[in-house]
Ligand binder design. Structure first.
Ligand code: ATP
Ligand code: MG
Length: 478
């Protein structure tokens, strides 16, 4: 499976055993950060660790990014350090390369609201740390640490909320969600990731701020959804989204799956089945998206016989088309859209030991060898999502073992694997063009059936016979 680094997700996990144990007033700060802060101090500036690094350190979690806040202006920071990249200068953010780390360094600021839901209208720098912390979204994200002594600055009760495992807006949630419509989705993302509850007033403010959420750019929504999909149990996040009204905004097609019943084999309606399958899929972005959306067209494809038998004819390709539309709407990169739609389109295969080698080769040729492993994983996730219990891997894993053996035996799975190529056919008198493509496809068909035919001489023999069929079009001008 093609996997771009940026998009392959990691398991952030749901830290079931995670606990905020003592009334911690300090965190352990890595030496290089202490040295970094000392440069600011020597020049008369403040320097604090802020946001997620403080929260995660207090929770005993590994810290992914150390974000820094300072009263130094961007121009000051550029003067103090050699290796500075202006990553978000309009918001006062620079990335400083320091002792092998990339430190996102932002000047203390106040945001002037997000009237377009995309970016702050204005940014005002300040020298007041507390003012900077007050613009942050949740109490657990609104703490700072002085690297020199590791002491925590906590003006909004972030530590108490960590202890109580609560996501709570800083200030009035209505106002805070009005300023930036993405925050409701972030609240759900943090609750899911940390296994926290959302404070009632914070959660209750979400439905009335939906209009504001609609202004948020699809890219920002997409990034939060991707982070949710990297968590251990995305279904819990999707249920929160549904309860808050956000599911109908982001994925109306999934919301339409609620209450759509599927007959005897299934314990769940289509929505619960989709999110249970998503949980069961390995935490890679494309697989999680494919599992989430693999049945999204079922409501549209559902038919019920008079006897009560339920069918969803054609839902695989209809779901692939719908999934493509959803992912393009959310601005997922084409590479992600292509992988997900391809997996969804092919998810309805029914492997059994009666499959012949030739059937197996044909299936792998149609799907593409690179997709076979993810497709099998999707199938297992789909089965697990039927009843909410792990699927028996013995049902489909033999498919992969047999396929590995066929690959090891050098079997052909695509035109490129054939013992002849276009040039050979050219020499045999077949002009370039659509006819040559058709002849190559026929040669592949023959070889998928019988790999022993994959020899130059035998293929050229077949090609010359097949050629007769296309005789009048051999000029290639067809
Ligand atoms: P993660 O580990 O998931 O990256 P994080 O807390 O670092 O968690 P980011 O989205 O990277 O989350 O944001 C960094 C910090 O910036 C947050 O902790 C928060 O203080 C602040 N922040 C980010 N986005 C917003 C927002 N939309 N509104 C208010 N504050 C925000
Ligand atoms: Mg971060």
């Amino acid at each position: 499976m093609r996997k771009s680094e940026a998009w392959s997700s990691r398991v952030l996990g749901k830290y079931g055993s995670l606990s905020y144990t003592s009334a911690m007033s300090s965190i352990r700060v890595p030496t290089e950060l202490k040295e970094f802060a000392a440069v600011f101090k020597a020049a008369g500036f403040m320097c604090y660790i802020v946001g997620g690094a403080v929260r995660d350190s207090l929770l005993g979690l590994p810290v992914a990014d150390w974000d820094i806040a300072t009263d130094a202006l961007p121009t000051d920071v550029m003067r103090l350090f050699k290796n500075v990249i202006p990553t978000g200068l309009q918001h006062g953010t620079l990335t400083v390369r320091w002792r092998g780390k990339s430190l996102e360094t932002t000047t203390f600021r106040l945001d002037g609201g997000y009237s377009d839901g995309r970016r702050p209208d204005s940014v005002e720098f300040t020298s007041d740390l507390k003012a900077d912390l007050s613009r942050r979204d949740f109490t657990i994200n609104g703490m700072a640490v002085d690297p020199a002594d590791g002491l925590v600055v906590d003006p909004f009760g972030g530590r108490a909320d960590l202890k109580a495992r609560i996501i709570r807006a800083i200030g009035d949630p209505m106002v805070r969600f009005d300023e930036d419509g993405l925050r409701p989705l972030r609240a759900i993302r943090f609750a899911l990731r940390l296994g926290f509850a959302i404070d009632a007033a914070t959660f209750d403010a979400i439905p009335s701020r939906i209009a504001k959420f609609r202004l948020v750019s699809p890219e920002r929504v997409r990034d939060e959804i991707s982070r949710m999909l990297a968590c251990a149990k995305p279904s819990e996040g999707f249920l929160m989204l549904e309860k808050s009204g956000l599911l109908a905004e982001i994925f109306p097609e999934l919301q339409a799956c609620r209450g759509v019943l599927q007959g005897l084999l299934h314990s769940f309606d289509v929505l619960d089945h989709c999110i249970a399958s998503c949980d069961a899929a390995p935490p890679e972005l494309e697989l999680r998206l494919a599992a989430l959306l693999h049945d999204v067209a079922k409501p549209a494809c559902r038919t019920e016989e008079p006897g009560g038998l339920i069918h969803f004819y054609g839902h695989d390709s209809a779901s692939a088309a719908m999934a493509g539309g959803i992912l393009r709407r959310l601005k997922y990169p084409n590479a992600v859209v292509d992988i997900v739609t391809h997996l969804v389109r092919h998810h309805m295969f029914d492997y059994g030991p009666q499959w012949t080698d030739s059937a197996l080769r044909r299936f792998a040729a149609r799907v593409g060898l690179d997709y076979m492993r993810p497709l099998v994983r999707l199938r297992l996730a789909d089965s697990a999502g039927m009843r909410g219990a792990p699927a028996d891997p013995r049902t489909v894993m033999p498919l992969l073992e047999r396929l590995d053996a066929l690959v090891a035996a050098d079997n052909a799975f695509c035109v490129k694997d054939l013992a002849v190529n276009g040039n050979d056919l050219l020499k045999a008198g077949i002009a370039k063009g659509p006819v040559m493509g058709k002849i190559l496809a026929e040669l592949l068909e023959a070889v998928l059936d019988d790999p022993a035919l994959n020899e130059r001489g035998r293929l050229l023999d077949i090609a010359s016979k097949v050629k007769e069929k296309y005789g009048p079009f051999l000029s290639g001008d067809e």
